[in-house]
Ligand binder design. Structure first.
Ligand code: BJW
Length: 317
């Protein structure tokens, strides 16, 4: 920030510069993380929000956790499916959906992709074009067989609950099931964090309908140490590295940038001369005040900031 500038002047100077570059850009990428869905009511992974029943969400998103206690991990994902289905896309999702439609339109010379690390399905439900939406960490609504011998995958399974035993986990989080009467007949809300995790046997969990031995199904998401879907990663690589001209702009939205390979895309775009715009509630001050070359930082809720920043290109949301 220049000595005479107030924070709001800095924001409007940054916004003006960003929007000039946005309107000139022919090739844009958005890299999305959990922060985009916060104003839809979904928690992030890291920091104080990233707890489920006193478990660290990151610890549950591993093949080891599933191997040790599939019942625990299924209860966690059952809750995630339930809360994602109840949530609605926000204005940030709609802004990117509009950008995706422009990126597909024959009248526009813009090419565009969204790379989302989110598995909540909210981008897809906001009307985002399927062709330029890459869900690199999978989807809560895909189920796949755990057997090496079986390649059964069930896409877009929205059944709730998936099994009878998983029903209680969902109901705990539904306020209408989550109330009891106190002595003076006033309703008191009980925090679901106090309800213990149940011990579930494998028979009570989703089973593969194809395998004769009834192998377990697992959520169709990418856990730590697992490979990302190669076909998607190749498409992203091609878009960034080869198809025509280099990327002009990467929008980095609501992600801590701690997870590979998603976090590598920002540097790859920068190395080829592209500029970066960050939308996050937590950004280094040097970036916010414009001291970092070719990088803009817009600090606050992405659901509010994205429609504002993209307005000259996409119009009103
Ligand atoms: C807001 C906001 C608001 C809040 N508005 N903003 C050493 C040992 C072992 C492994 C590795 C290692 N070093 C590197 C690795 C690789 C590993 C990795 O990166 N580990 C690091 C943690 C060190 N990566 C992998 O294992 C990946 N696989 C892999 O690399 O295979 C090799 C391969 C690569 C390429 C091709 C083929 C093969 C797999 C990673 C899978 C990550 N999976 C998860 C779970 C998915 C399923 C599920 O959802 O349950 O993905 S972990 C979790 O982190 C989830 C997220 O998508 C991901 C990123 O988190 P995100 O979205 O950034 O959320 P947060 O919470 O971190 O940040 C939220 C942000 O929002 C914050 O900045 C807030 O400030 C902000 N915010 N409110 C705007 N209103």
């Amino acid at each position: 920030m220049r000595p005479s500038e107030s924070p709001s002047t800095t924001m409007s100077t940054q916004l003006k510069e960003f929007q000039e570059h946005l309107l000139k850009s022919k090739k844009i990428v958005a890299l999305v993380g959990a922060g985009l869905s916060v104003s839809s009511g979904l928690p992030t992974f890291r920091g104080s929000q990233g707890l489920w029943k006193n478990f660290n969400m990151i610890d549950l998103a591993t093949p080891d956790a599933f191997y040790i206690d599939p019942g625990l991990v299924w209860q966690f994902y059952s809750w995630r499916r339930y809360t994602a289905l109840k949530a609605k896309p926000n204005k940030g999702h709609y802004a990117l959906a509009k950008l995706s439609q422009m990126g597909k339109s024959p009248q526009s010379d813009l090419t565009y992709i969204t790379i989302t690390q989110n598995v909540d399905g909210l981008s897809s439900r906001s009307g985002h074009c399927k062709e330029n939406l890459y869900e690199i960490h999978g989807s809560l609504f895909d189920l796949k067989c755990t057997s090496f011998m079986c390649n059964f995958v069930d896409h877009n399974n929205f059944k709730q609950p998936l099994t009878k035993a998983l029903a209680d986990t969902e109901e705990e989080f539904d306020p209408s099931h989550n109330r009891k009467r106190s002595l003076d007949e006033q309703e008191v809300s009980i925090s679901p964090q106090f309800n213990p995790v149940k011990t579930l046997s494998e028979k009570e969990l989703p089973q593969c309908p194809v395998c004769k031995d009834g192998s377990l199904l697992r959520p169709g998401v990418v856990w730590f140490g697992e490979s990302l879907p190669l076909s998607l990663i190749t498409k992203v690589d091609n878009f960034i590295e080869s198809e025509g001209s280099p990327v002009d702009l990467i929008l980095v939205i609501g992600t801590s940038g701690t997870v590979y390979p998603a976090n590598s895309y920002v540097d790859r775009v920068k190395l080829k001369g592209g500029k970066v715009a960050i939308f996050n509630t937590d950004i280094e001050n040097d970036i916010v005040v414009g001291k970092v070359k070719d990088t803009w930082g817009f600090k606050g809720d992405a659901a509010e900031l994205l429609p504002l920043a993209l307005k000259p290109l996409i119009g009103e949301i």
